[in-house]
Write a protein that binds this ligand. Structure first.
Ligand SMILES: Cc1cc2nc3c(=O)[nH]c(=O)nc-3n(C[C@H](O)[C@H](O)[C@H](O)COP(=O)(O)OP(=O)(O)OC[C@H]3O[C@@H](n4cnc5c(N)ncnc54)[C@H](O)[C@@H]3O)c2cc1C
Length: 468
């Protein structure tokens, strides 16, 4: 095999594999190194895809039990077969990771199996699973090694009783009592899965609101809805210790303000307090510059401090740790390496929480705008007044649009409600084109659809919503 490449990408997550495909499309001789058995990174193997499979299956299970009879659908003897649900999830992972193998072959990308280490500025050493080493030359290298879960000081994740998201995606029985440390999107999605499947779930969050960085209005509504679903949420609470006693996990936590101490026994504890960049030792040795959070520092062309070595995705110091951010950066960096003008717009980057109802956001929150001293107007519309949501009995939540006070340009959109994760795309597109709330309000939206709530929220910016 020819061991010289125009580009070697290290890591095949949504950043790495998309970068490799775009690079090959642009005519660059491309290889992608992956140490995992299957391609697709965190996202396909232990992240977005398995979590969404379980969210979908558990929601159907829950609806079958709790909502079908209201619709006149009588079902009896509904039982959970957890191992089949897990098998279904694993099949989805397999299908999708095989899909990337196919795309690599189709685009003539060399798939190098093993751990990739940058041994010189133009060389990647690949160590395969039996320890065999091979050196490959690259004119350009893209580091796309992603991220790994973090824990709290003194709390050791064993992936049995005390688990990271990876362990919580593969429990072999439904824990009777589950503690989720961290009220971010990963913790809340998995809390929803296991609550629906029958666990008693407690979420313990350090901050006094859920999902750091989320618009406060939405966060408050989200908390109300999750509490109504039976998830016990302890905000403003600091976990001080987790210990294992006879296969049970004992969690100690203290109220930040009340200073009230609690000790509760759980069957499983999910530590979902965030993720950190996955930086190999050689990155330190090479002297590639990191920021204070040990993320790789890149400039607006995704160049690291070493020429011809680039970095993208969760491993870098830009944007949120999300799969679509990594994908967009993968495309942009491939285009930049090929001499084109790749670009990522970090101001218009949607984020979705796939709970029921879904939560979605793009652009600035009210809190950010206040901090930045930007004057704005807000329009809100509740799903309670949306006819489609009403007939489907899914009336919780609302759409909120924030527009510049003078120019009316949309600065942010935040929503909690049915299909919010799909609907947010309309707002992202509108913002990408610099739309005003007036533009959205004057765009014809099909009736009866949930998207009419977007049009109505846009009308509400100017206090002229029709149905509320
Ligand atoms: C439970 C969970 C749910 C999530 N849900 C969502 C979601 O719904 N939507 C969303 O946008 N994001 C979601 N994310 C986040 C998303 O998975 C990440 O943002 C995304 O995967 C980052 O992509 P990446 O390409 O930067 O890195 P990764 O996907 O982490 O991929 C990096 C790859 O590099 C490989 N690698 C690392 N070092 C080496 C090396 N030295 N040699 C060879 N290979 C190496 C790793 O094995 C891995 O396969 C979720 C994450 C988790 C954990």
């Amino acid at each position: 095999m020819d061991k010289n490449f125009d580009l070697i990408v290290i890591g095949s997550g949504p950043g790495g594999y998309v970068c490799a495909i775009r690079s090959a499309q642009l005519g660059l001789k491309t290889a992608c190194v992956e140490e995992r058995k299957t391609l697709g990174g965190t996202c396909l193997n232990v992240g977005c895809i398995p979590s969404k499979s379980l969210l979908n299956a558990s929601e159907i299970y829950h609806k079958t039990q709790k909502e079908f009879s209201n619709l006149g659908i009588e079902s009896s003897n509904v039982r959970l077969n957890l191992s089949k649900m897990m098998q279904n999830k694993n099949n989805s992972i397999l299908n999708l990771t095989k899909g990337i193998e196919f795309l690599f072959k189709k685009n003539k990308i060399t798939h190098l199996k093993g751990k990739g280490l940058i041994s010189a500025h133009d060389t990647v050493k690949v160590i395969d699973n039996v320890g065999k080493k091979n050196n490959y030359k690259a004119k350009n290298i893209v580091i796309a090694t992603g991220s790994i879960p973090t824990s709290l000081p003194g709390i050791k994740v064993d992936e049995k009783n005390i688990v990271s998201s990876t362990g919580a995606l593969s429990f072999d029985e439904v824990p009777k009592k589950l503690a989720v440390i961290g009220g971010g999107y990963i913790g809340l999605e998995l809390a929803s899965v296991w609550k629906r499947l029958g666990s008693d779930v407690m979420v313990i969050e350090f901050l006094d609101y859920l999902v750091s960085g989320m618009d406060k209005d939405i966060s408050i509504e989200f908390q109300k809805i999750l509490s109504k679903q039976g998830i016990d949420i302890k905000l403003d609470s600091k976990v001080t210790n987790v210990s294992l006693v006879k296969n049970k996990a004992i969690v100690d936590f203290t109220g930040n303000k009340s200073l009230k101490r609690q000790r509760i026994e759980f069957d499983k504890v999910l530590v979902a307090v965030g993720r950190k960049s996955n930086i190999g030792e050689e990155i330190f040795k090479l002297g590639i510059k990191l920021d204070s959070k040990k993320k790789i520092q890149v400039n607006n062309k995704f160049e690291t401090s070493i020429k011809n070595i680039f970095a993208i995705g969760d491993v870098i110091n830009k944007g949120p740790m999300l799969a679509h951010k990594a994908e967009d950066e993968g495309i942009a960096v491939a285009e930049i390496i090929a001499g084109q003008a790749g670009h990522v717009n970090y101001d218009v980057m949607p984020a979705v929480i796939y709970t029921s109802p879904e939560v979605a956001m793009v652009g600035k929150t009210e809190e950010q705008l206040k901090k930045e001293n930007i004057k704005y107007k807000v329009g809100k519309f509740p799903f309670l007044a949306n006819s489609r949501a009403k007939v489907n009995n899914e009336t919780e939540g609302f759409v909120k649009i924030i527009a510049d006070e003078k120019s009316d340009k949309v600065l942010g959109a935040h929503m909690i409600g049915p299909h919010a994760g799909t609907m947010v795309a309309e707002m992202a597109l509108a913002m990408e084109f610099g739309a005003s709330s007036e533009d959205i309000a004057r765009t014809c939206h099909a009736h009866p659809t949930h998207t009419e709530a977007i049009k109505e929220a846009a009308l509400a910016v100017d206090k002229r919503s029709i149905h509320f």
